[in-house]
Design a protein around this ligand. Structure first.
Ligand SMILES: [Zn+2]
Length: 216
């Protein structure tokens, strides 16, 4: 492994995180949500570090060597590998919420189409779906689950600023879409994050079907 670790991080801890990321990536790849080496995944390692997928690798075939250590400013630690281009969106989650430990970002067909369709509204407003309760903190289908859609850009500080502005306005945030691009969601552990992602995919699929059927 070309990953050298700081003395404070045991190899077993990094390997546990790398394996959890690779396992999740394999499952999401089988579902077709990570086409053509897109998507990126991370897990917090400690208060100052996260493990993240190395840029450009096929997400269905990740091993420990495809995961690298970064600090929460997005710098590579103990390796000359290049982290995902969107690393700043992962570290933003870990910096804002000390209790969050995993971030998943995928590019499924449903996420991509929904992001285009709802971009003009600036958000997808989900209400009336039982599965909203799969999102931590939601206890009834009657609540409104708002998923913002931010404009796509290759300039990450712009996206980071949009997420910050949403949060600084006091609005709840469990996930966001990026127009024509995909979705970001997070959680306290990998299982919760996977549940969020799966529920959001299902809910977006339902919204798209409903739109189609109502239009026909
Ligand atoms: Zn992406």
């Amino acid at each position: 492994m070309s990953q050298a670790l700081p003395a404070t991080i045991p190899a077993s801890l990094f390997e546990q995180r790398a394996d959890a990321i690779a396992d999740a990536a394999r499952e999401l790849s089988v579902l077709g949500w990570t086409p053509a080496t897109s998507s990126n995944f991370s897990m917090r390692v400690d208060a100052d570090h996260a493990a993240i997928t190395i840029s450009g690798r096929h997400k269905g075939r990740l091993g420990r060597d495809d995961i690298m250590l970064i600090d929460l400013d997005g710098n590579a630690v103990g390796t000359d590998a290049r982290p995902s281009a969107e690393t700043a969106l992962h570290t933003q989650v870990y910096r804002r919420w000390p209790e969050m430990n995993a971030v998943l970002h995928t590019h499924s067909r449903t996420q991509s189409v929904a992001s285009r369709l709802f971009a003009a509204d600036g958000a997808v407003r989900l209400q009336g779906w039982e599965l909203q309760k799969a999102i931590t903190g939601y206890h009834t289908h009657e609540s409104v689950l708002e998923i913002p859609v931010f404009p796509n850009t290759q300039h990450m500080p712009e996206l980071v600023a949009r997420v910050d502005a949403w949060l600084d306005a006091g609005k709840p945030l469990h996930a966001y879409l990026i127009d024509g691009h995909g979705i970001y969601t997070w959680g306290r552990d990998m299982a919760e994050t996977q549940r969020h992602l799966e529920a959001l995919e299902f809910l977006l699929d339902c919204e798209l079907d409903l739109k189609k059927l109502r239009a026909s």
